[in-house]
Write a protein that binds this ligand. Structure first.
Ligand SMILES: [Zn+2]
Length: 173
């Protein structure tokens, strides 16, 4: 069942063949996603079913991953179990995209083949909260000194846009 996943996929041809893809992608292979994670180990599990909805090529998919984000309040680990289901309609223009049913997101095809990793990464990034934070009160917020320390410890990660935001936020407190 777990085939080796192709790097590039041809959605229209796969749809004609009702192809199914199941397998896993290493989190570290997704650069944009890895940038915002505190832990890049582990895999993303994917299940994609290609098919036709009338004349439209569609991809019904499910992506599962356990991701470690950085809480934007305390800058500590925030574990998030993502289980994202989606339906993509393969279109070649914005006009076509506008005509899709509401349960169907457009996948705008610029070339015959697209990167499977990028498709999965785009869907995962959409599934993540814009401002991830613990739902319960973070321990660190109860002690201002520890917050300052945590911010300083995280300065090595200043390339992470989230930590910059969190620093701005903490200085305003
Ligand atoms: Zn927190």
């Amino acid at each position: 069942m777990l085939d080796r996943l192709p790097h590039h996929i041809d959605p229209l041809s796969f749809a004609e063949k009702s192809k199914q893809l199941s397998g896993s992608i290493a989190i570290k292979d997704l650069a944009r996603l890895s940038e915002i994670l505190l832990d890049r180990s582990g895999d993303i599990e994917i299940n994609l079913a290609f098919g036709k909805d009338g004349r439209l090529a569609v991809i019904v998919g499910e992506i599962k991953a356990n991701l470690v984000l950085q809480c934007q309040s305390c800058l500590e680990r925030l574990e998030l179990a993502v289980d994202q289901s989606f339906k993509l309609g393969v279109v070649s223009s914005m006009e076509q995209a506008d005509r899709l049913d509401s349960d169907c997101e457009p996948l705008l095809l610029h070339a015959e083949k697209i990167s499977l990793n990028e498709l999965v990464e785009d869907e995962l990034l959409l599934a993540l909260p814009d401002f991830p934070r613990h739902t319960e009160k973070c321990v660190q917020r109860e002690n201002e000194e520890i917050v300052v320390e945590a911010v300083e410890n995280k300065q090595a990660r200043s390339d992470n846009p989230f930590s910059v935001l969190a620093k701005l936020k903490n200085t305003g407190d």
